[in-house]
Structure formats: structure tokens, C-alpha cells
Design a protein around this ligand. Structure first.
Ligand code: SAH
Length: 252
């Protein structure tokens, strides 16, 4: 009899942000398959076997099918399997694909939601992703969409997103920040619209800067802000800078 396989969200970093259920699953697991971005303090909670299957984890194969096969094999061997993913498993985490593969193998799956970095990251530096004085909503979007076979990247429609007037929280956007900001400004967003970068939120390496949409690429370079990071575009970024006065807040 195989156990339920748990897709567990590890949150953005700090283990205090794990859900109670996530902590229980991690502690009870016979085997944990962990992504790259999992904070070492969370990995330290693992009592069973820890397998690093992320792209930078030094694993021989990073192929998604290999991960599926490994999870299925471990679960069919009767082990309690936790698939540990950064943030929330269903937000840019390939959680959907993994659930499909497990179900196709006849296994029962549960998803343990985690705090997604796109909400908890801005909050770590005082930025509310929605604020009824500034933005009635938020869009979580990837700056690095998957390449679909034969079609190249399926980029989000940045012009359409710009027209919504909602806060944009852009995951995986650091490397393409210049391209993204150019597209957003071409679609009519103001060059001086507030924007922020939050890097490694809720980890020991957390850093951030507040700037403008036009200033975003230079700010990232000047401050050396690195992935994993979120770009936050919208009035809420200014709101945070105005209400809280961190020494590192810069405008321009
Ligand atoms: N499932 C994850 C996202 C995985 S995609 C979640 O819900 O948070 C990986 C991207 O998430 C990174 O490139 C970065 O944009 C963002 N990210 C993940 N952890 C982060 C952190 N601690 N601080 C800032 N950004 C983070």
C-alpha cells in the first residue's frame, strides 16, 4: 500500500513561515525530494532521506520526468514521500504537472499550500500587494515563461497587463528586467511609476531596493540584486517607501 504523496510548499525561506501541516509532513517523511530554492533551515527539519533534485542541486538528472519517476518509485515502495517546493507548489512550481504524473501512476496526492514569495516577499519589505488607496488587485506573472515546442517563448501580453492598472508582481524577472520595463512603458505605464525589487525575501540574504519603472534595470545592476527576486511594479511600491523609511530606500 502506498501512502499519499504530499506536494508541500516550503514558503519563501524562514521556517517560521511553514504551515503547521507542512512541518508535520516534512518531519514525518521517509524521503523528501527538495528543489533548489529551499532554505537550509527548512532542509534541516528533514528527518528522513533528503534528495536534492533541483537544477543547481548537483543532481545527475534534473529532468522533470526523472523527478516524476523517482517520486512514483519511492511511493510505490511504501515510503512517505514529500515533494518540497519553494513558496507555494501551485504558483510557478510545476506542481500541476507533478500532480498529473502521480495521479496517472495511480497514486493519491495532496497539496499543502505554502506562502508564495510574490506575496510574502513584498510584505517582508512593507509592500502590500493590494491597497485600496492605490491598487485594487494584483497580477502574479512570470518574466521567464516556458518555451513551448516549436513556438519559442509564450510571453505574457505585457501591454494588456499594463492596461489593467493593477500591481504587477513579476517572478523570475531579474534577467529580463530591461525588456519587461521597456514593454510596460511602451504600453503606457509611466516611467516614474514606483517599482521595487525584493531579493531572497525571508532568508538571511534578503535585500531590496525601491526605484521607478524606468530605473529598474539600472537599479538591479547597481545594487547587484540577484535571483531569486521579485519585481513589484505599481503605486504600492511607493506607498511602502513613503510610509516606512528604510535607509536603503532609493528613488531614481
Ligand atoms: N513556487 C514559488 C515560485 C517558484 S519560481 C513561490 O510560490 O514562491 C522561482 C521564482 O520565485 C524566483 O525566480 C523568484 O522570482 C521567486 N522567489 C522564490 N523564492 C523567493 C524569495 N525568497 N525571495 C524572492 N523571490 C523568490
Amino acid at each position: 500500500m502506498s501512502h499519499v504523496v504530499s506536494l508541500v510548499g516550503a514558503g519563501p525561506g524562514d521556517p517560521e513561515l511553514l504551515t503547521v501541516r507542512a512541518l508535520r509532513r516534512i518531519e514525518a517523511a521517509d524521503v523528501v525530494l527538495a528543489d533548489d530554492l529551499i532554505d537550509p533551515r527548512v532542509l534541516a527539519l528533514v528527518k528522513g532521506r533528503l534528495l536534492r533534485v533541483g537544477k543547481r542541486g548537483g543532481c545527475v538528472s534534473t529532468d522533470q520526468h526523472f523527478i516524476h519517476a523517482l517520486m512514483i518509485r519511492e511511493a510505490q515502495a511504501g515510503h512517505r514521500v514529500v515533494r518540497l517546493k519553494g513558496g507555494d507548489p501551485f504558483v510557478f512550481g510545476r506542481g500541476g504537472e507533478e500532480v498529473d504524473a502521480l495521479r496517472e501512476a495511480g497514486l493519491a496526492v495532496e497539496v499543502v499550500s505554502g506562502l508564495t514569495s510574490g506575496i510574502a516577499g513584498p510584505a517582508a519589505v512593507g509592500i502590500p500587494v493590494t491597497d485600496r488607496r492605490a491598487s485594487p488587485g494584483v497580477i502574479l506573472v512570470t518574466g521567464h515563461p516556458a518555451e513551448s515546442e516549436g513556438q519559442g517563448r509564450t510571453d505574457p501580453d505585457w501591454a494588456a497587463l499594463a492596461r489593467t492598472g493593477l500591481t504587477l508582481v513579476i517572478y523570475m524577472g531579474v534577467a529580463r528586467a530591461a525588456d519587461i520595463t521597456a514593454k510596460l512603458m511602451a504600453a503606457g505605464l509611466r516611467a516614474d511609476l514606483p517599482a521595487a525589487v525584493v531579493s531572497a525575501a525571508h532568508t538571511a540574504q534578503q535585500r531590496h531596493a525601491v526605484t521607478t519603472l524606468a530605473g529598474l534595470p539600472d537599479c538591479i545592476a547597481r545594487e547587484g540584486l540577484k535571483s531569486p527576486a521579485l519585481l513589484v511594479v505599481g503605486e504600492v511600491a511607493r506607498h511602502a517607501a513613503a510610509t516606512l523609511s528604510w535607509p536603503e530606500v532609493m528613488v531614481g
